[in-house]
Design a binder for this molecule. Structure first.
Ligand SMILES: *Cc1c(COP(=O)(O)O)cnc(C)c1O
Length: 453
């Protein structure tokens, strides 16, 4: 008890100290309003005062709920899922939240994907359809199964896989389609699901960025054969690392359980040892599951805040020539907004390159990113697909053929035009959105000088 109290005090002191060290200048500074609504002040990059100096909301967000959750596990002495109840409780809660019948927690989103592809019987010699506009983990999961990722071009307006182009990429080797709900928006499931059904190819949803996202009122991740989530530190639901698979199919979830538990079934994970197929240890810990339950108490409210702010921000950015917020498909009834994404057209900014636009925004106190590079062109893919193992499986000429099939010109263009704002930037007050738009207007008003400087 004494130990615990002193630990809590210690943590409190450390946290207060860290906050004080990180924030004194920001707390003392009066809010800076450097320009009028038309962005007439000099850009910060040219020596003017920035639009904002206050930081955007910090992430992760934690309080006594997380502290209690961690202490609960610490004191129980049951730190792994084999002994405790926290992972099981989280799995029930996450299944209920998404409306899926079953949920399996995994070490991370990458292993959720790998495990699901195993359960779909994806293996060497198979093809899996993926978007090029995604985090590399989507593609790595396919490669780790010895399968060939086939890239289908992006719908530049929505940043999602172009669903109308998927069917032409299907061959007799296609074993799965993995649409990604990129940024928390949704891929066009009204096209993808019936087509997968018709062609007999299961759909695995990569919903790693789309917690609480919805398609026609149903949670994404629950519409295909299975859905995968990530709880990595940057994601909207966060336990540092973590992941989950949801599905309605009990046989599928048992195959996943066995694979993620070193090929041991639930029945045999006690004291006897018998194995089914390959596997690994991809289990979530009790600590992570406890943290996730605490984080889930805020998830819905945070998600609503992001949605409200994003809708307002879109209204502002649409008024700025050259900025085009990502469109949502009509079926996307709830966007999880892991990212706020828009396209930047330098022509409306006196030819100012995107990299310079991002620098100028950053100087105004608005950190934005350029997002992914074309994944289908990454050198590691050529290295992997021309490796000894892949050449044996697919033959010597396979790489040239693959490269020809995996051209994605729309995606190349999108990668050059995209701008991202991270999810935490949507968690503050509406005035933050006004300042984001103001920064963009200010950069536009001075774009010609910024392009020369
Ligand atoms: C984060 C992410 C993953 C991988 O999840 P991890 O938990 O980091 O392993 C997979 N796909 C997408 C689209 C992601 O954003």
């Amino acid at each position: 008890m004494t130990n615990r109290v002193s630990r809590r005090k210690f943590l409190g002191t450390v946290a207060a100290g860290a906050a004080a060290a990180a924030r004194p200048a920001r707390m003392d500074a009066a809010p800076t309003v450097a320009t009028g609504p038309n962005g007439t002040g000099l850009p910060a990059l040219l020596g003017g005062p920035p639009v904002r100096t206050a930081p955007f909301p910090a992430w992760p967000i934690a309080d006594g709920r997380e502290e209690q959750a961690l202490e609960r596990v610490l004191d129980s002495g049951k730190w792994g899922r084999g002994l405790g109840e926290e992972v099981k409780r989280f799995e029930r809660a996450y299944a209920a939240l998404t409306g899926a019948r079953h949920c399996l927690a995994t070490a991370n989103g990458s292993t959720a994907l790998l495990t699901s592809l195993y359960a779909l019987d994806v293996g060497a010699g198979d093809e899996v359809i993926v978007p090029p506009y995604t985090f590399v983990a989507t593609v790595n999961a396919v490669l780790l199964r010895g399968a060939l990722p086939i890239f289908v071009d992006t719908d530049i307006e929505t940043f999602q896989i172009d669903a109308r182009k998927i069917e032409a990429a299907i061959t007799e080797r296609t074993r799965a389609i993995v649409p990604v709900h990129l940024g928390g928006s949704a891929a066009d499931l009204d096209v993808i699901l019936p087509m997968g059904q018709r062609r007999g190819v299961p759909v695995l949803e990569d919903a790693c960025q789309a917690h609480l996202g919805e398609w026609n009122g149903r949670k994404v991740g629950t519409l295909g054969k299975a859905g995968c989530f990530s709880f990595q530190a940057s994601k909207n639901l966060n336990s540092g690392e973590g992941g989950a698979i949801v599905t309605d199919d009990p046989a599928f979830i048992e195959a996943c359980y066995t694979f993620h538990n070193n090929s041991r079934t639930r029945a045999t994970s006690g004291d006897n040892f018998s194995y089914r197929g390959p596997g690994g240890n991809f289990r979530l810990t009790e600590f992570q599951a406890a943290i996730l339950q605490a984080q889930m108490t805020r998830l819905d409210a945070q998600s609503r805040t992001r949605e409200t702010n994003a809708a307002y921000l879109s209204g502002l950015l649409k008024e700025i020539p050259g900025l085009t917020p990502a469109r949502m498909y009509a079926g996307c009834t709830r966007n999880a907004y892991h990212l706020y994404m828009f396209r930047y057209d330098p022509a409306a900014f006196a030819g100012l390159p995107r990299s310079r636009f991002l620098e100028a925004l950053k100087a105004e106190g608005v950190p934005a990113a350029g997002g992914y590079a074309p994944l289908n062109k990454e050198a590691f893919l050529e290295d992997t697909l021309t490796s000894r193992g892949f050449r044996r499986i697919y033959g010597e000429g396979a790489f040239a053929d693959w490269r020809e099939r995996s051209r994605c010109p729309q995606n190349d263009r999108l990668c050059a035009e995209a701008v991202w704002l991270g999810q935490t930037m949507l968690l503050g007050p509406r005035s933050d959105m006004d300042q984001i738009a103001e920064a963009a207007r200010k950069v536009q008003a001075h774009a010609a000088r910024l392009a020369q400087a």
